[in-house]
Write a protein that binds this ligand. Structure first.
Ligand SMILES: Nc1ncnc2c1ncn2[C@@H]1O[C@H](COP(=O)(O)OP(=O)(O)OP(=O)(O)O)[C@@H](O)[C@H]1O
Ligand SMILES: [Mg+2]
Length: 245
């Protein structure tokens, strides 16, 4: 579903991505882990087209997308949930999701007020992410955990084939983390998921395979149990961040 080959992206002298190659299968759930500054968010920015790469290429379901605009990639089925919240704060939860439903009909459709038909679709998505009963709450009054649930609904409204999640549990309480982890776990198995996550319990719960980034390179790639046992991974990341049983 995703093929990344020799991807490079520099910022001045900083090589944020220094030749990243990875392949994610159709329906696979892949975690991308690594220390702060490893290049995880930059990888997502290049995958979505928000940042042009300085080298390498990206394919989505066999199609070369390296030079497509972000909205063109979204049209091909790529959706993203950001590391920081991106919602329309004064609008209700329902209106935020309805706008994303409306945007499926074309990039300019979303600039008109969403009609009732889109509210029904929005409410179904809100229920799916555990926000039933919060349809009329303005995004700005939602709790941090609820906002992340809402962002997930906005992403799902695009009917993606590939979902990119950048630290979906960041800043959440243990109860909120457990809740969003179960929500992600319960998503359609046909959906391909890439997840950047620092919480190893969440990674080991959700991922089929794990890629470890360090200084812009993939230093390990394997199943959850292979990664748990990888000495290099412990040296650069796991040993510092968490204790692994
Ligand atoms: N827009 C930018 N301008 C300049 N440097 C950047 C930019 N974005 C990222 N970098 C640099 O690229 C490197 C990789 O950053 P990136 O945000 O991809 O890391 P990350 O793995 O997502 O880290 P974190 O776990 O802290 O979110 C860092 O050295 C960062 O400072
Ligand atoms: Mg990041």
């Amino acid at each position: 579903m995703i093929e990344v080959r020799e991807l490079r992206r520099s910022f001045g002298g900083v090589k944020a991505l220094d030749g990243v190659t990875l392949t994610v299968g159709d329906g696979e759930r892949r975690a991308v882990i690594g220390p702060n500054g490893a290049g995880k968010t930059t990888l997502f920015n290049v995958l979505t087209g928000e940042l042009p790469p300085t080298g390498g290429d990206v394919r989505l379901a066999g199609a070369e997308i390296t030079r497509l605009r972000p909205w063109q990639r979204a049209r091909l089925g790529l959706a993203r949930v950001y590391q920081r919240t991106e919602l329309f704060a004064p609008l209700s939860a329902r209106e935020n999701v309805a706008l994303a439903v409306a945007a499926r009909a074309g990039p300019y459709r979303a600039f008109r007020a969403p009609p009732r038909s889109e509210y029904a679709a929005a409410d179904a998505l809100l229920e799916r992410v555990g926000l039933a009963g919060r349809e009329n709450a303005a995004a700005r009054i939602l709790s941090h955990g609820e906002r992340r649930q809402l962002e997930l609904a906005v992403a799902l409204a695009q009917r993606p084939r590939v979902l990119l999640l950048d630290e979906p549990t960041a800043g959440m309480s243990p109860a909120e983390t457990a809740r969003i982890t179960e929500l992600i776990s319960g998503l359609d198995r046909a959906l391909t998921i890439l997840i950047v996550e620092h919480d190893m319990d969440v990674v080991f719960r959700l991922a089929d395979r794990v890629s470890v980034l360090h200084e812009g390179r993939v230093i390990a790639d394997g199943t959850v149990s292979e990664i748990r046992g990888d000495v290099r991974v412990h040296d650069v990341y796991l040993g510092k961040a968490v204790s692994v049983a």
